[in-house]
Design a protein around this ligand. Structure first.
Ligand code: NAD
Length: 289
């Protein structure tokens, strides 16, 4: 880390819990590598203390913020403006200072689609299937619509996310020009046919992480070369979905790409820094799993 001085900029992650976040390791290593005079710290903030935290961030002149659970939707009301993606998602993960204004962005979906692009997959003019309409899934299907995907099929189990998503997809269809449709994840025949037509399938459910680490929502016989399968889960690094995709000759994209690229896009927005994603991945995540 470069020496802390009176010029050092401060960026903070607000959320709760935050003490196990990987973001400080990612950003502080990147700042050191790029010679940026900035530090990244975390602050345990809940929706109850969020307003004061934002007032404090303004008063202290923080250079930028990340916002994580459970504050991503609550923070909107305290900001001065939103990027199109944050506005459409109704959630902010990155706050950028523009003069005396704090502008909310969302780099989660853009991070996922940038990871896909790095693997050679673009979604413009194509069909995408997204499993899971929680925070991660919503970010991905909204960004896919903004990036020009023509059809987006969203699957969710019939839990609390299902009904609110139906309304949300209708609004996105009206506002983006993409056609977004919600299906029940239990409808296996529909899932198979939507996957067959998709260039990119993103699993943003909790399947793939413990206790579901030996499960995959997608059957191997549905996968073919030329398609890409992304898991938002990054612990374990290689989920069942990714293993099956590789075996089928399809492109497998792990959740670490989404995490790293959302961070890289944040650094670009805060400080105009180009994070060396491959370097950070190797240094921070080289341990075998
Ligand atoms: P969330 O709680 O907002 O949403 C959870 C989603 O999983 C919902 O769609 C829910 O219906 C679905 N789900 C839960 N249990 C399920 C089951 N047994 N079968 C099928 N669907 C199930 O959570 P989130 O923040 O959207 O996180 C979802 C996943 O994405 C998690 O695995 C999380 O670790 C991962 N994630 C990764 C990144 C990244 O940067 N790579 C970022 C955010 C989240």
């Amino acid at each position: 880390m470069s020496e802390i001085s009176g010029h050092t900029k401060l960026i903070a992650l607000l959320g709760s819990p935050v003490e196990h976040s990987l973001s400080p390791a990612i950003h502080n290593l990147s700042f050191a590598k790029e010679g940026v005079d900035a530090v990244y710290l975390v602050a345990d903030v809940t929706p109850d203390t969020l307003e004061n935290a934002i007032i404090g961030a303004r008063a202290l002149g923080l250079a930028g913020l990340n916002v994580t659970m459970p504050c991503k939707t609550h923070v909107l009301q305290y900001l001065d403006g939103l990027s199109p993606a944050a506005e459409l998602m109704g959630a902010v993960n990155t706050v950028v200072r523009e003069g005396d204004k704090l502008i909310g962005h969302n780099t989660d979906g853009a991070g996922a689609l940038r990871a896909a692009k790095e693997a050679g997959i673009t979604v413009s003019g194509k069909k995408v299937t997204v499993l899971g309409a929680g925070g991660a899934g919503s970010a991905v299907f909204t960004q896919a619509a903004l990036d020009g995907a023509t059809e987006i099929s969203v699957f969710n189990v019939r839990d609390e996310f299902y009904d609110s998503t139906e309304v949300r997809l209708a609004e996105l269809t009206e506002r983006t020009g993409a056609t977004l449709t919600l299906y029940d994840l239990a409808d296996e025949a529909r899932l198979q046919s939507e996957v067959a037509e998709s260039v990119l399938v993103v699993d943003a459910t909790r399947v793939g992480m413990p206790p579901f680490e030996n499960e995959s929502n997608i059957k191997p016989e549905w996968m073919k070369p030329g398609q890409a399968f992304m898991d938002t889960v990054y612990h374990p690094r290689e989920t069942k979905l990714l293993k099956l995709a590789k075996e089928a000759g399809a492109t497998a994209i792990g959740g670490l790409g989404m995490l790293l690229w959302q961070a890289a896009l944040g650094e670009k927005l805060w400080l105009d820094v180009d994070m060396d994603v491959a370097y950070i991945e190797e240094k921070v995540f080289s341990e075998a799993e």
